[in-house]
Design a protein around this ligand. Structure first.
Ligand code: SAH
Length: 251
């Protein structure tokens, strides 16, 4: 059986208890070596076969899975963050379905949550934004035109941009075509939750320059929006004047 597991954003103790248990027991692990913290492999039992998928094609990953399955062995497919974002799991799952190889999926803490923690930020501030747009610049993987950064930036919502730290000048230009301005607050979070984490805040107009000054070209998230500012409304949930299903209004 194959277990897709989210490794979390970096700090090894941010894997879930279920993910850790699966890693401890597995016969084979295939980990995304470009981003998964190798310290997690220390949880594997002696004799566990370890493959780094950074050096493998989809076909090679599937061959390792098939070989394990034919021997009745378990495989942990360890993806960075949560596997549901830019994890390329669907193409694996579809083959497993076709070949009747059973699998399950254990979520992980995505790096966009790790970045929020590093910033002590709340993405969904009342009176500011109630939506989080998760997206990326087009790279070798194209992005549909209707989801271009400029089109999404028209909402002025909280935006988290993955896989784009190497394209900061173009990203800044695209973001400024929407509802954000040069002074809209932005941040770069490099290697959130790793010991070498860097948190850089700047106005959007200085995003590219800030990234260049700190040598940020990969393994970073770009965050944009007024959630990084100082103004917001307090919540209704904890307002004494509002009743909830669990608490009566006090005035
Ligand atoms: N599934 C992963 C995303 C994989 S795509 C998740 O849920 O986080 C890889 C991209 O994720 C990187 O280019 C970078 O933009 C981002 N990323 C992954 N780990 C990160 C971290 N610890 N800090 C900042 N960005 C990270």
């Amino acid at each position: 059986m194959v277990h897709f597991v989210g490794a979390g954003p970096g700090a090894p103790d941010l894997i879930t208890r279920r993910g850790e248990e699966l890693l401890r027991k597995t016969d084979v692990v295939i980990y995304a070596g470009s981003l998964v913290n190798p310290a997690l492999l220390g949880l594997c039992r002696e004799g566990c076969a370890v493959y780094n998928s950074a050096h493998m094609t989809l076909e090679q990953v599937l061959d390792v899975i098939r070989a394990a399955q034919s021997k009745g062995e378990d495989v942990v497919r360890l993806h960075t963050g949560d596997p549901c974002l830019y994890g390329a799991i669907r193409e694996q799952m579809d083959v497993l379905d076709a070949e009747h190889i059973p699998y399950d999926d254990t979520p992980g803490v995505s790096s966009f949550c790790g970045a929020a923690a590093a910033l002590s930020a709340e993405y969904t501030l009342p009176g500011v934004s109630q939506s989080v747009i998760i997206t990326r610049m087009a790279g070798r993987t194209p992005v549909p035109e209707r989801e271009s950064i400029a089109a999404l930036a028209a909402h002025g919502a909280t935006m988290v941009v993955f896989l784009s730290a190497g394209m900061l000048p173009a990203l800044q230009t695209e973001l400024l075509k929407g509802a954000y301005t040069e002074t809209t607050p932005a941040a770069l979070v490099y290697k959130a939750t790793w010991p070498e984490e860097k948190v850089l805040r700047c106005p959007l107009g200085r995003l590219a320059e800030t990234g260049a000054a700190h040598g940020i070209t990969h393994t970073a998230l770009v965050l944009v929006g007024d959630f990084l500012g100082t103004e917001y409304d307090r919540s209704c949930l904890y307002d004494p004047g509002f009743a909830t299903g669990f608490r009566e209004a006090s005035k």
